[in-house]
Design a binder for this molecule. Sequence first.
Ligand SMILES: Cc1cc2nc3c(=O)[nH]c(=O)nc-3n(C[C@H](O)[C@H](O)[C@H](O)COP(=O)(O)O)c2cc1C
Length: 368
Amino acid sequence: MTNRIEERKNDHLEICLKENVQAKRITTGFEELHLVHKALPEINRREIDLSIEVFNHKFSAPLIIESMTGGSPKAARINAVIAEAVEELGLGMGVGSQRAALEDPTAEKTFSIVREKAPNAFIMANLGAPQLVEGYGAKEARRAVEMLDADALTIHLNPLQEAVQPEGETSYEGVLEAIEKIVKGFDVPVIVKETGCGIAAAEAKQLEAIGVAAIDVAGAGGTSWAAVEYHRAKNQMDETRQRLGEAFWDWGIPTVASLIEVTQRVSVPVIASGGVRSGIDVAKALALGAAIVGLAYPVLDPAVHGIEEVKKKLQAIVEELRNTMFLVGADSIRKLKNTPVVVTGKMADWLSIRGFEPQIYARRGLSI
Ligand SMILES: Cc1cc2nc3c(=O)[nH]c(=O)nc-3n(C[C@H](O)[C@H](O)[C@H](O)COP(=O)(O)O)c2cc1C
C-alpha cells in the first residue's frame, strides 16, 4: 500500500516536472483584474513595508509555498530546499499529504526535515479529506501536526483528482462532518484548501460554520490535476482515463471568481492560490481581500535545482509585488488592500451572474 502511494507521488512529481500540467483553456481571471495605476504615488519605493501578520505569525511578505510533497527521498530533498528558502526569507510553506508517513513511519523524516530546516517559519501539515471519510480522525491529525511541529493543519479537498485517478477514493459522503470533528478542540488552526478547482461561496460558508480557521481557494487556472492524471493514464496506455483527464483538464472555478465569492461571504482569513504566477497576481489577490497568497508549481522546478534557485524565484515575485505597490501608491499591505481594482470581461460576467459585487473594489478612493 505504502509503496504504491510512494510510487504514485513520484509519478506526480515527475509528470509535474516534465509535462505540461497547467490549465489550457481556463484562466485564473487575474488578466481581467486591473489595479488602477497612480501617476502620483507619493511614496518612497525603498520604504514599502511588505510584512504582514496572519495566524499570529509574522511574515516578511504575504507569500506561502503551497503543499506539494513528501514520502520519498526526492520529495525529502525538495521539502528541505523549500524549507531552507522560506526560513531565510521569512515566508511559510505546507508539505504534501502526510498519509504516506502515517502508514509507514519510516517516511516521517521526509516531512519532519521541513521543521529541521525551518525552525521559525510558518509550517502547515497536510491531510486529505477522503482519508478523513475513511476513518482518519483527531489522532492522525495530531500525529501529522506533531511530525512537523506544525503551526497549522491543512485539509485538502480534491474531488476532481480522486475522480480522474485510477486509485481514486471517490466517497465524499460525510466529509464536512469529518472535518468538523477534527476542528473541534484542535490545538492549531485548521485550514481547508482545494487543489486547483476553487471553492464557491456556499461551501465556504459551510466550512466557516463548522469552525475552520481559514480557507485556501486554490482555484482553477494554474496546475490541473486532471492534466497530471491525463499524463499518467497516457504512460499507462489507459485510453479511457486519458480521455477523462483531457475532458476535465480545465474544470473548476477560476481563482479570481472563487476568491471574490469566498471573501465576500465569509469573514475567516482567505488564502488566494491556484495559478498565482507573479507579484502582480499577488498584489491583485491581496487587493481583493486575500489574507495571504500561495503558490506551488512555480517553485517545484527551482526546488530540484537548489536553494538559490528557489530564493531567486521567490525574490523576483516579492520585487514584482513591491513594484506594483509602488505604482498604486501603497506603502503597506493594509493600504494595498484598499486600492481600487477594476474587474472586467468574463470575470465581471461571472460575478454579476452569481450576484457578487465587483463595483465595491472599483470605487475605492473615488472622490472626484
Ligand atoms: C507536485 C504537486 C504536488 C501537490 N501535492 C499536494 C498535496 O499533497 N496536498 C495538497 O493539499 N495539495 C497538493 N498540491 C496542490 C497545490 O498545493 C496547489 O493547491 C495547486 O497546485 C495550485 O497551485 P499552483 O497553480 O500554484 O500550482 C500539489 C501540487 C503540485 C504541483
